[in-house]
Design a binder for this molecule. Sequence first.
Ligand code: MTE
Ligand code: CO
Length: 424
Amino acid sequence: MSDGTGKPKTTTSRRRFLGAGLALGGAAIAGKAHAGEGEAAILEKKDWNQYLGDGVDARPYGHPSEFEKSVVRRNVAWLTADPVSSVNFTPLHDLDGIITPNGLCFERHHAGIAEVDPAQHRLMINGLVDKQMVFTMADIMRFPRENRVYFLECAANSGMEWRGAQLNGCQFTHGMIHNVMYTGVPLKLLLEEAGVKTNAKWIMPEGADASAMTRSVPLQKAMEDCLVAFKMNGEALRPEQGYPLRLVVPGWEGNMWVKWLRRLEVGDEPWHHREETSKYTDLLENGKARRFTWEMDAKSVITNPSPQAPLLHKKGQTVITGIAWSGRGTIDRVDVSIDGGRNWMPARLDGPSLDKSMHRFYVDFDWDGSPLLLQSRAMDSTGYVQPTKDQLRAERGTNSIYHNNGIQTWHVKANGEVENVEVS
Ligand code: MTE
Ligand code: CO
C-alpha cells in the first residue's frame, strides 16, 4: 500500500463506492442527478487503479472475489448433532438466475463425504438381468451422454416449518435445493446393456459411502429419464455431490439421487429398506403414513428480500425476486402478494423454462416504505397450485417433516428488516 493506509481504508472506500452506486441508481430512476456522499469515491485513486493485479499463473483454479466471503453454505447448529450425518444449506438469498454454483450446492450426507478414487470405482448391475455387468468409469464414458438441468430438493426441505415459522432465512427454510446442469449417460442405456428380464419392475441404486444408501426406484422411472451423471455444470461432480458418479432422478425427492453410485440391483418388487420405511414416509394425523411420495410438488420462495437480505433503501424502486420449481414439469406462472395473500400480482418469469428445473421470477416494485407481508405462489404446467401452509396442515397434519411445499411469508418491516412469519 503506497499511501500507507492499509487494507481497512480500501474496505471503507469500497463501502462508500457501493453507497454511491445505490444513490445514483435511485437518482436515475427518479430522473434527477444529485451529488451524493459517494461522489468522492469516483474521484479517489484506488490501489486497483494503480498497481498490477495477479498474473495468469496465480489462480489455476478460480475462486470468488474476497468481497464475496459471506456467500457460503451454512448449517443450523441444533440440526447438526454430528456433521457427518447432517445437512448444510444453499445460500439462496445470495444467488440469481437458475444455476447453483458447484461450491454452493447444499450437501446432505448420512456418513460424511466419501473421497472415491475414480480409477478404483466400479458400477455393478446385477439381479434380474441377462448378464451381470461391472463398469469402470472409462466404460461409462463410452456410452452416449446427455446434458440436462434439474433441481434436486431434499424431501425434508422446509421440514422444520410444519408447526410454524421457525428459521430466519430462506437459506435455512428452503436451502435444501440446488439446480445444476448434469452430464451423464441415460440409465436406460446401461440397463439395456445388461438386458433387463421381463419380470423386472424395480431397481435399487446403492452408494459406495459408508452409509451404503439404498432406495427402491420403479423401473419405469429408471427407463424414462434417470441419468448416471459424472459432470455438474460442466466439470466433474464435487466429492460432496457424489464424485465420480451419482444417480439423477428428475423431479423426485433428493434421497433417491444416490451419490457415489456403485451398484444397481434389478428386482421385481421394492426392497423396503430403511430410507423408505422408517424415513422418507409422511406420518398422517390418523396414524397412517404416506409412502413412496417421490414426486416433489410445485413450490416457490422469495429469495430477496428475505431475513438474510433486508431492504437497504427506505423506499422506491425495488427488485423482488425468487425461485419456483415443480417435479411434474415446468412453472407456468408465479404470483406475488405484498399483503399476506389477500391480493396477488403476476411475477415476471425470466430465464430458461426447463422441465423439472428451477425457474427465476421477478417483480419490479415501487416500495412506499410501509410494512409488507410478502408471499409467492407457483403454478406448474399440470395446473397444480402451491397450497398455503394451513391447507397442507388440514390435509396432512403436522407429524411429518417431509414434503412441505406451503406458501412462505416474509414480514418486511418499515426499517427494511425481514422476518419469517405465518399468516392465517
Ligand atoms: N447418497 C449417498 N450415497 N449417501 C447419502 O448420504 N444423501 C441423500 C442423497 N443421496 C445421500 C445420497 C439425500 S437425503 C439427499 S437430499 C441428496 O443425496 C443430497 O444431495 P447433495 O448432497 O448433492 O445436495
Ligand atoms: Co435428503
